[in-house]
Design a protein around this ligand. Structure first.
Ligand code: ASP
Ligand code: MG
Length: 441
């Protein structure tokens, strides 16, 4: 049994919804997770912004504009008056509910109830359309099983226990449709899995039902091996290990968020990234396998980095020095990305420089501090276990003409990071691609 997730663009119009239904109706039983139609969640957030400033009329007018879009989609989606009517009624009742909510004082809980409506709308519309087409489609209510534990994290045990009785995994070709993103918190109030959280819904459901695969359908053909905006001829990476994909996600590669991968990693459920616009393309498979030792799979970069160096004679042979340095960053709630040490100094990189002046003031107690701004982390990812050989040399070879401020390897088995000037980023990405991918036999 597979779990398939389609994002907002994939269900962004009647045309796209029909495309999705065609794609999923292959006679196999599956669970399909849907996002809200593209633009809807943002629009619902705008609706709450009106309420926040007490502009109830503005909020209600705003819903009328959004509702028109839904009316239009309904006109284009259904072929029978009966189903169009059912969809219109359902959507109208949800919009009326929104306008009722607008009369209440805006609280954090109310806001969450409001932004949840987008997924409720899209799943109802698609399920009705499938039923109109004679497909055995069953709408699941994600609030019946998707729940957070008291620590705010999804409660996989609860999810499994409450989802399994709702689905018949042996059903012949039945398609279950569920809302992405939405959930209840541990107190039973409406909550969500954060923006873009439908991917997370899919991997959680996949883990709960022990799916053979979770498919994330978007409008790109998988994860690319370098930034296509900068480097020509980038290619989709056909296979990544869970850890490799986590490394890439931290560096802003357009891929699943690291937390979304956790449930799949935990249960070893493979995750496949596929393209709705090109359904037969291979996409990217993410699982627990390592294929070719030493293989570099992808390169990603993150701009806007600041490097700090603290040099101190007192660091030599001293203990407790790094603790004091780290405490400064902790005090100012600034996370450190890269770190390199020598006997007499330590360099670190941060991407949030809002507290930089305060941090530097304190660090000066421990040594001479120098700052380099407008830097960029280039991250080289692959099966880079230290017992493999050659990959460091290939990466270094590519960087031979580029001034490198820091190098970090050994933090994980999956990454080498270089800190370079932002202005050298494009050159570095191109050179790495040429050296590593173009010359690969
Ligand atoms: N609709 C939500 C959002 O736009 C969740 C999602 O699309 O994954 O963030
Ligand atoms: Mg979205």
């Amino acid at each position: 049994m597979k779990v398939l997730k389609f994002g907002g663009t994939s269900v962004g119009s009647a045309e796209r919804m029909k495309g999705v239904v065609k794609l999923i109706s292959d006679g196999n039983t599956k669970i399909v997770v849907l996002s809200a139609m593209s633009g809807t969640t943002n629009s619902l957030i705008e609706f709450t912004n009106y309420l926040r400033i007490g502009n109830i009329t503005g909020a209600c007018e705003h819903t009328t504009v959004l509702q028109d879009k839904y009316k239009h989609t309904i006109r284009e989606l259904y072929t029978t008056a009966q189903y169009a009517e059912m969809a219109n009624e359902k959507i109208a009742s949800l919009f009326n509910h929104l306008r009722d909510l607008a009369q209440k004082p805006l609280t954090a809980e109310l806001e969450k109830e409001i932004v949840a409506q987008g997924e409720i709308m899209s799943t109802n519309m698609v399920t009705l359309y499938m039923q109109e087409q004679g497909i055995d489609a069953v709408l699941l209510n994600s609030f019946d099983f998707m729940r957070l534990a008291p620590n705010g994290e999804p409660d996989l045990g609860y999810i499994r226990e409450h989802l399994l009785p709702l689905v018949d995994l042996e059903a012949n070709g039945r398609i279950y449709i569920a809302q992405g993103f939405v959930c209840l918190n541990h107190q039973g109030n409406i909550d969500n899995l954060q923006r873009g959280g439908s991917d997370y819904t899919a991997t959680l459901i996949g883990a709960a039902v022990n799916a053979e695969e979770v498919q994330i359908w978007t409008d790109i053909d998988g994860m690319h091996n370098n930034d296509p905006r900068i480097v020509d001829n980038t290619k989709p990476v056909h296979h990544l290990h869970f850890e490799e994909s986590a490394e890439l996600a931290y560096f802003g590669a357009k891929i699943l968020h690291p937390t979304c991968i956790l449930p799949a990693k935990l249960t070893g459920t493979p995750v496949r990234l596929l393209n709705t616009m090109d359904p037969t393309a291979e996409g990217t498979l993410i699982d627990n396998n390592l294929t070719r030792p030493g293989e570099i799979k992808a390169i990603a970069a993150k701009d806007g980095i600041t490097a700090l160096k603290i040099k101190s004679g007192r660091m030599l042979l001293a203990y407790g020095f790094l603790r004091k340095v780290f405490e400064v960053f902790e005090t100012y709630k600034t996370s450190i990305d890269m770190i390199c040490t020598s006997e007499v100094g330590v360099s670190m990189s941060i991407d949030d420089d809002r507290k930089l002046d305060l941090i530097v003031d304190e660090l000066q107690k421990y040594g001479t501090v120098t700052i380099d701004r407008d830097m960029c982390i280039i991250c080289v990812v692959g099966d880079l276990n230290w017992e493999n050989t050659g990959f460091e040399a290939r990466a270094m070879e590519a960087m031979k003409d580029i001034p490198v401020r820091m190098v970090s390897y050994g933090g994980s088995n999956y990454n080498i990071s270089f800190l370079v000037r932002e202005e050298d980023k494009e050159r570095a990405l191109r050179s790495l691609s040429a050296t590593i991918f173009d010359e690969k036999k």
